[in-house]
Design a protein. Structure first.
Length: 283
């Protein structure tokens, strides 16, 4: 089974968890740290001859075009993570379209690539924002990877969405984030905090659960999740725990995944995927 390796390319201060403490308007005044951890990830991918999909924030593409060119030159897929990292649940259809268009322009100006894939900040293609899929299709995207088919997280998820790659409408494919099925429940396990929280042996069991069901495992990580020295922001206890736990161990766990499983970019998975569920209406 070939699996998908993805990176949500944003800086440490872009995370939704920090929104209550750091304003978007202040981003340019904060010390950027995205380059070094991204280079570390690129070196790791090179070591294991793995191609990945980088969901690039347009704001990052504008400020670090050289980094985006390096990623693209190494053969990795460049996709869009929007421009401002604003949640879709806080946007209208019109403001989302403007944000996504702005990301396309920023990415193209950085590396000459028009992205075909999209991932919403904090996976906020949810039941109330399914209009975003129409917008993505209008803008020429061919796939989305924003839907988490789970009901256990308070901020995201569509519990009855398919677990496998499917087509939510004509000419658009959805590559959902991975969930293991445990006692009849969909347990999110794609990456991020789930990788950091769980002991590796347990996390591997969840990954094996996904693969044993015949599905590709879709992994994601943020560069800041391997940056244990990033600035700390005062947060409520639960958010602090979720955001800063086990940063020292993320890189090692990520390398073990590359040792234990075969990964590639999402565009390569789609080229070899022959069992996409026919058009499946979410509403």
């Amino acid at each position: 089974m070939i699996n998908g390796f993805t990176i949500d390319l944003e800086d440490w201060f872009c995370s939704h968890n920090l929104k209550g403490s750091i304003r978007y308007e202040d981003w340019d005044n904060l010390p950027g740290r995205v380059v070094q951890p991204t280079i570390q990830i690129l070196e790791l991918l090179r070591k294991y001859q793995c191609k990945a999909t980088f969901f690039v924030l347009g704001w990052i593409a504008e400020r670090y075009p050289d980094l985006i060119r390096v990623i693209s030159a190494e053969g990795h897929e460049i996709a869009s993570h929007g421009y401002s990292h604003k949640l879709l649940t806080e946007m209208t259809r019109e403001t989302f379209k403007e944000d996504a268009e702005k990301s396309i322009v920023a990415i193209y100006n950085a590396c000459g690539v028009k992205p075909k894939g999209f991932r919403a900040p904090a996976f906020t293609v949810v039941e109330s924002t399914l209009w975003a899929l129409d917008v993505l299709q209008e803008l020429g995207f061919t796939y989305d990877s924003s839907i988490y088919p789970t009901s256990v997280h308070p901020d995201y998820g569509i519990g009855d969405a398919p677990l496998s790659i499917f087509s939510p409408q004509k000419d658009l494919v959805e590559i959902p984030l991975s969930c293991a099925q445990v006692f009849g429940r969909n347990i999110p396990c794609s990456g991020g905090a789930y990788l950091r929280f769980f002991p590796y042996y347990f996390y591997k069991k969840l990954v094996d659960n996904v693969i044993d069901s015949g599905r590709s495992f879709i992994f994601y990580i943020h560069p800041w999740e391997i940056d244990a020295d990033m600035p700390r922001v005062e947060l409520p206890f639960t958010k602090h725990l979720r955001h800063y736990s086990n940063l020292l161990y993320t890189f090692g766990k990520m390398e073990r995944l590359l040792q234990d499983y075969r990964f590639t970019s999402l565009e390569n998975i789609l080229k070899t995927q022959g069992n996409i569920v026919p058009e499946f209406k979410l509403i």
